[in-house]
Design a protein around this ligand. Structure first.
Ligand SMILES: C[S@@+](CC[C@H](N)C(=O)[O-])C[C@H]1O[C@@H](n2cnc3c(N)ncnc32)[C@H](O)[C@@H]1O
Length: 233
């Protein structure tokens, strides 16, 4: 499963304290501390700062390895961690805010999955509850038509990370070269949706309070990510 290998290297590869604070500020600008369900929490960097700020966090991810990384960093916290698929929130209660952050939404590969996902989020929000999520922008598809490549050394491995796009899909390939000669690879697919379609698809369930590009540019503009702040109708 994706992230089974990557989980161990994830923080070393992408952890960025300044970015984490920007995510937290974005959420705090709209919502005071409240009960939160975070979907696809990964290694829980944002989760843990939100918890410190007074949000009551339940955080889930489908990768057991990611949840394990999150738990290990955070032995004494009050955060409830769950290993669960965000497409099925069966058994969970209602929350004042639901989050799906940092490209996690783009792992929904089928438009019907997105529709069902919005319905699932709606079903688990309290009245007027907030739904915060972001997506890759359409510009990313263009950008990655030319392959991006990063190589380096983290922890005990050399790694290569390449990103390409074709039509509306971004492909990410990770290779970790261990000292004993073994190579571990992961291949990820992320689908990028037209924001106009997302807006229409959100409408039955949510009022869209704010859309920004790259946190602070009003509306849909050229950039890397679109940020949606929605409220349950
Ligand atoms: C790019 S990481 C982002 C993690 C975290 N939100 C963050 O801000 O660092 C994407 C995460 O989505 C999780 N994920 C992908 N599809 C999922 C699904 N259907 N249900 C739950 N988690 C999922 C992966 O396991 C991974 O931890």
């Amino acid at each position: 499963m994706i992230y089974d290998t990557l989980a161990y290297y994830y923080d070393a590869l992408v952890k960025d304290d300044q970015a984490t604070l920007a995510w937290v500020d974005w959420i705090m600008a709209s919502s005071a501390p409240c009960s939160v369900l975070e979907l696809a929490c990964g290694s829980a960097e944002i989760t843990q700062v939100l918890s410190q700020k007074g949000y009551q966090m339940t955080a889930l991810d489908q990768s057991e390895s990611m949840i394990q990384q999150a738990r290990e960093k955070d032995k004494n916290s009050s955060i409830q961690y769950l290993c669960q698929d965000m497409r099925n929130l069966h058994g969970l209660g209602h929350y004042e805010a639901i989050l799906c952050l940092c490209d996690s939404f783009n792992y929904l590969l089928d438009p019907q999955e997105v529709k069902d996902f919005f319905r699932e989020v709606y079903d688990h929000l309290t009245d007027q509850g907030f739904f915060f999520f972001d997506t890759h922008s359409l510009d990313r598809l263009q950008e990655f038509q030319e392959e991006f490549n990063e190589t380096g050394h983290i922890l005990d491995v050399d790694y290569q990370w390449s990103i390409t796009s074709e039509e509306d899909v971004i492909y990410q390939d990770f290779a970790f070269y261990k000292e004993d000669g073994t190579v571990i690879q992961e291949h990820h697919m992320q689908r990028v949706y037209d924001p106009a379609w997302l807006i229409e698809t959100l409408k039955p369930y949510f009022t869209i309070e704010k859309i920004t590009t790259d946190f602070d540019q009003e509306g849909i503009q050229e950039g890397e990510k679109y940020f949606f702040v929605c409220r349950r109708k």
